[in-house]
Design a binder for this molecule. Structure first.
Ligand code: ZN
Length: 275
C-alpha cells in the first residue's frame, strides 16, 4: 500500500499545482499537468481510486500527514494504535473526523518549529506569515537553487523551520514540475506539507536578477506551507502579485538596502492586498 500512498501524495501535489496554475499562471501548462494527473490516477487500485474520487468531490486535499499526533488538516488527534497502522501502511487509514487518508511524515522532512504563532497576538497582514528576520535585501544568487538555498537557510537560522536541506530539495522538486517564476520579476518557490505551525514566507531581492527558466527574476518569495492552508496560500500569492504589479512598489523593494527597510517596504506594499 506504500506505493499507492506515494501515488496519492504525488497526485495531490499535482492537483494543487494545477489549482495554482489556474489562479496565477497563464494556462499554458494545463495540458501537461492534466496528462500527468491522469497518468497517476490510472495507477491507483480500483478501491483506492473510489475512495480518492469520493474525497476529491469534497476537497482537493484528500490526504493528510500526521503531525504531532494529529491530522494535519482538521487537527483531530489520531489514536496511537491508528498512527501505528498508518506507519505500517498495510492498508489505508482515514481520519475519524475529516475522513482524509492519513500518512506518516518522514522523520527528516522540513517542519515548522516557529513559536511565533501566538493566538493572542493581534498580528495582521503580512506579519502573520513573515518577519524582518526573513528578509534578504542583497540576495546574492546566480540560480534558482542558490536563491532557494539562501532563503531556506535564513528560515532555519531564525528557527522558523527545521531542516533547510529537505526544504531545498522539496522546493527544487516543485520547480521541476513547473517553474514558479510568474513574470513581472517575481518567483514564488514553495513547499507544501511543512506541518507543525503556520505558513512561513521569506523574501529575497536580487539587484542584478536571476535567470529562472524563461524569466528574469528580481524578487523571490519562498514559502513553507502547511497543507491545510493551501487555498489561503493562493490568495496570499495573488495579493503579493497585485502589490508588485505596481512599479512604485517594485522599485521600492529593489532599492531597499537592509532587512529592516525591506521589511517595512513589504509591509507597506501589501497593506491593502494581504489581509
Ligand atoms: Zn482529519
Amino acid at each position: 500500500m506504500k506505493s499507492q500512498l506515494n501515488n496519492l501524495r504525488q497526485l495531490q501535489e499535482l492537483v494543487l499545482t494545477r489549482d495554482e496554475h489556474h489562479q496565477t499562471g497563464d494556462g499554458s501548462h494545463l495540458d501537461s499537468l492534466n496528462d500527468a494527473i491522469a497518468e497517476l490516477q490510472d495507477k491507483l487500485e480500483p478501491q483506492v481510486a473510489g475512495l480518492y474520487s469520493r474525497l476529491y468531490k469534497k476537497s482537493h486535499i484528500v490526504i493528510a500527514a500526521i503531525s504531532n499526533g494529529c491530522c494535519s488538516v482538521c487537527g483531530m488527534q489520531v489514536p496511537i494504535a491508528q498512527t501505528q497502522q498508518v506507519r505500517l501502511a498495510k492498508h489505508l487509514v482515514t481520519c475519524s473526523s475529516c475522513g482524509r487518508i492519513l500518512f506518516a511524515s518522514e522523520a527528516d522532512a522540513a517542519h515548522n518549529v516557529s513559536d511565533n504563532y501566538d493566538r493572542d497576538d493581534p498580528k495582521t497582514g503580512i506579519s502573520r506569515f513573515s518577519a524582518a528576520e526573513l528578509m534578504l535585501a542583497d540576495l546574492d544568487a546566480e540560480t534558482p537553487e542558490g536563491a532557494i538555498t539562501a532563503l531556506a537557510k535564513l528560515m532555519e537560522e531564525n528557527k522558523f523551520i527545521k531542516n533547510a536541506d529537505s526544504l531545498i530539495t522539496a522546493a527544487m522538486n516543485r520547480e521541476g514540475v513547473l517553474s514558479t517564476a510568474i513574470g513581472g520579476s517575481l518567483a514564488f518557490p514553495h513547499v507544501r506539507g511543512v506541518e507543525g505551525g503556520g505558513l512561513t514566507l521569506a523574501m529575497g531581492v536580487s539587484k542584478k536578477g536571476i535567470d529562472w527558466g524563461d524569466e528574469k527574476v528580481h524578487v523571490v518569495f519562498l514559502s513553507a506551507i502547511p497543507v491545510a492552508v493551501s487555498a489561503f496560500y493562493l490568495r496570499l500569492m495573488s495579493g503579493i502579485i497585485q502589490s508588485f504589479s505596481k512599479k512604485d512598489n517594485l522599485d521600492a523593494v529593489l532599492s531597499a538596502t537592509d532587512a529592516s527597510s525591506l521589511w517595512k517596504t513589504l509591509v507597506k506594499a501589501t497593506r491593502h492586498t494581504v489581509k
